[in-house]
Design a protein around this ligand. Structure first.
Ligand code: SF4
Length: 372
């Protein structure tokens, strides 16, 4: 996480810093948070005061919906810090409804939700955790007698914008895996026409999600996205392109099994099934758990959880990807880069498209294909 520059600190009004101090957040932590947000959003450091001001001024109504999910995404955000995500949510968003942590329950809670939809029509933000089951008339997930589909259409259909938090809300996720017994769909499929930003990941990366909220507070709109509706700042690059093990990939040094010498030495995990070469996410730079680590750093290959069709399109997890060219010390880094870009473009058309060819193909081939 990038530390703030002294000149950024100087340009943030003293009153703002004092008001955060009064809430128990030191000026250093607050400025660090604003700097981390500008860095995550790939904005210049000159935006630090603007973000600080937006966090001071803006309170937008938020409704957080929970459908078919494990609540991992809600957990991921509520366990964030700098300042804590709870502080961000409770102090700078006006949270009208969030089942997991709200004090109200039952009819009271539902009334709060319905009132917010009426009162703030077209102005509020929705965060959705989980997919929407459509089978059996929506019987698999009902809240206060309404199906998840009805709730999603009412709440997301009247919102300024909806953020699909995590892989289930973004693309259906695990509940939509074959044979998809509940008829689970993503939020964008459940509410066609709604403004939906997809933030896949299992779970969502709390820093990316916080950055999206900060972007919305600062600029009044969602950040630019790819064709799958994912913010470019977080999903614009492949994991493989920024991976700390890439140097070993380029040198042809691979772990052959968990716990072997190559694995202990931090070699590339491609042969253990890493899906980094076809997964778009900023995990290597932002990481998880307050930037502590991420799966590849911890010794497990990427399982491609932020791509459409996860999990079906990414399993078996321990089977290597086919036809990733550019292995071996003979190839130059430029050739490897070009080869991978071309192979990805050919294989997937545009990033994010599922690797359908993996099913029933010659995936098991042990041969490593080299560039000429
Ligand atoms: S294959 Fe996986 S472990 Fe190896 S460099 Fe690419 S992303 Fe990193």
């Amino acid at each position: 996480m990038k530390d703030h520059h002294p000149s950024d600190q100087a340009s943030v009004p003293e009153g703002i810093l004092e008001s955060w101090e009064a809430k128990g957040v030191s000026r250093r932590d607050f400025l660090k948070f604003c700097s981390a947000m500008t860095a995550t959003l790939a904005l210049p450091a000159t935006f630090v005061p603007r973000i600080a001001q937006a966090l001071e001024d803006t309170r937008i109504p938020v409704i957080w919906l929970e459908f078919q999910a494990c609540t991992g995404d809600t957990e991921a955000l509520l366990r964030g810090n700098q300042p804590t995500a709870a502080e961000l949510i409770l102090d700078h968003l006006s949270v009208e409804y969030i089942e997991t942590v709200m004090a109200a329950a039952g009819h009271q809670a539902e009334e709060a939700k319905n009132r917010a939809v009426e009162k703030y029509k077209g102005q509020y933000l929705v965060l959705v955790d989980g997919s929407v089951p459509t089978g059996e008339g929506g019987a698999y997930c009902t809240i206060a007698g309404e199906s998840a589909l009805e709730v999603a259409r009412k709440v997301c259909g009247n919102a300024a914008a909806t953020i699909a938090v995590g892989s289930c809300a973004s693309f259906g996720g695990v509940p939509a895996a074959a044979p998809n017994p509940t008829g689970a769909v993503s939020i964008a499929e459940a509410v066609p026409g709604a403004t939906v930003l997809n933030m896949p990941g299992c779970p969502v990366n709390a820093q990316n999600l916080t950055a999206v909220i900060v972007h919305f507070l600062t600029f009044g709109r969602l950040p630019a996205t790819d064709r799958l509706g994912r913010p470019l700042f977080a999903y614009g690059k492949r994991i493989h392109d920024n991976c700390e093990r890439r140097i070993h990939f380029d040198a042809g040094q691979y772990a052959e099994g968990f716990g072997d010498e190559g694995h202990r030495k931090g070699y590339c995990l491609y042969k253990l099934g890493c899906k980094g070469p076809e997964t778009f996410h900023n995990c290597p730079s932002v990481r998880y758990n307050e930037g502590q680590s991420w799966p590849v750093m911890a010794g497990h290959g990427c399982i491609g959880c932020s791509e459409p069709g996860f999990w079906d399109t990414m399993s078996p997890f321990y089977r290597r990807l086919p036809n990733v060219p550019g292995f071996g010390v003979e190839a130059t880094a430029d050739k490897i880069g070009l080869g991978l870009a071309a192979a990805t473009a050919l294989a997937f058309g545009a990033h994010g498209v599922a690797s359908a060819f993996r099913k029933g193909d010659k995936v098991e081939a042990d041969k490593v294909i080299k560039e000429d």
